[in-house]
Design a protein around this ligand. Structure first.
Ligand code: GLV
Ligand code: MG
Length: 336
């Protein structure tokens, strides 16, 4: 877990061809917004959308959100101009480029080189703009480890369920939902875990793709809770109504967050003051592995804006227990 963990719980897709949606997206509570030049934009509208996206980036006002542009895939005729024109004209307003349909590490290398060329030309900080690579077909999944290691600009791997379902022949039209008739528990488990492991092996975030049934917020909540539990950092959203559901699913619960912070404090105390590698916290044993787990939950909680109300207090009666008392925080603490 990187020291400065940045929340990417909800990643809002905004069609680059719609001025209305571009304007509206600024005020929404998504952690990341991406302006789409790919599948949400019809071929005849690509050039105008590119101009609209440049204008929207230069107008700013994104309020601290991560801002990305999804360009067209590296093998399309639009891709080189998407990158060159958007980054040259509006790169300073951009945190990352999302590259769809990555099937080969060479696609990422191409984008890395293109970004470097534009940065040299404009004098912008070299290497600042990140890359998020979408893994959305069988070929991309088969090479996901190489793709994840293809550039130091990579920030995230993103699962693309719609394209993936089509690529493997999944017999369903309900993107992000379980296919009817499947008797296993989660038809997406393999690609999701495969992408997650490749992402983590290279220090990258892992983002789940969209849930297309906008009206089915319960289904979305279930799908988001499942990938959040697996370890994913966030999920795409396609509509403002999906943002809160997804933000909630990817924020640790308050109790888990408090517990994680207590574990970190307690572990620090027991290892540095009492020189013990393992100790009891409440009725649970904590050790170095517990600390690593707690770091994940604490980082996600802090980045999601959670605040702690309990402090760790060591007990001095010889046992390694610590009934925390909420010292200085005006709130009685429960058992840690
Ligand atoms: C997203 O791009 C998807 O294919 O699901
Ligand atoms: Mg796709």
């Amino acid at each position: 877990m990187p020291e400065e963990y940045r929340s990417r719980r909800s990643c809002l897709a905004v069609p680059g061809s719609s001025q209305r949606f571009l304007d509206k997206a600024r005020g929404l509570a998504a952690d990341e917004v991406f302006l789409d030049l790919e599948d949400a934009v019809a071929p005849a509208a690509k050039e105008a959308a590119r101009r609209g996206v440049i204008a929207a980036l230069n107008a700013g006002g994104w309020g601290g959100k991560l801002v990305a542009v999804r360009v067209n895939g590296a093998t399309t005729r639009w891709a080189y101009r998407d990158v060159a024109e958007v980054v040259a004209a509006a790169g300073r307003g951009l945190d990352a480029i999302i590259l769809p349909k990555v099937t080969d590490p060479g696609h990422v290398v191409w984008l890395d080189l293109m970004l470097g060329q534009v940065e040299q030309d404009t004098g912008d900080e070299p290497g600042r703009i990140g890359i998020e690579a979408q893994i959305e077909d069988a070929r991309g999944l088969a090479r996901v480890d190489e793709i994840a290691g293809a550039s130091p600009r990579l920030r995230a791997l993103v699962f693309g369920p719609a394209d993936f379902m089509a690529s493997v022949g999944m017999r369903s039209l309900r993107v992000g939902a379980q296919p009817a008739g499947y008797v296993g528990s989660d038809a997406y488990h393999y690609p999701l875990l495969r992408i997650l492991v490749a992402a983590r092996a290279h220090g990258l975030a892992a983002i789940d793709g969209p849930y297309l049934a906008i009206g089915d917020l319960d289904g979305l909540a279930g799908a988001a809770a499942s990938t959040a539990a697996l370890g994913y950092d966030g999920k795409w959203v396609l509509h403002p109504a999906q943002i809160d559901v997804v933000n909630r699913a990817f924020s640790p619960g308050q109790d888990d967050y408090e517990r994680a912070e207590l574990i970190l404090d307690a572990y620090r105390y027991y290892t540095s003051v009492e020189h013990r590698g393992a100790a009891m916290l409440g009725d649970e044993m904590i050790d170095e592995a517990s600390r690593k787990l707690a770091l994940v939950v604490a980082a996600k909680g802090r980045a999601a804006g959670l605040r702690r109300s309990q402090r760790f207090e060591p007990v001095t009666d010889g046992s390694a227990e610590h009934p925390p008392r909420g010292e200085g925080l005006g709130q009685p603490a429960g058992q840690g």
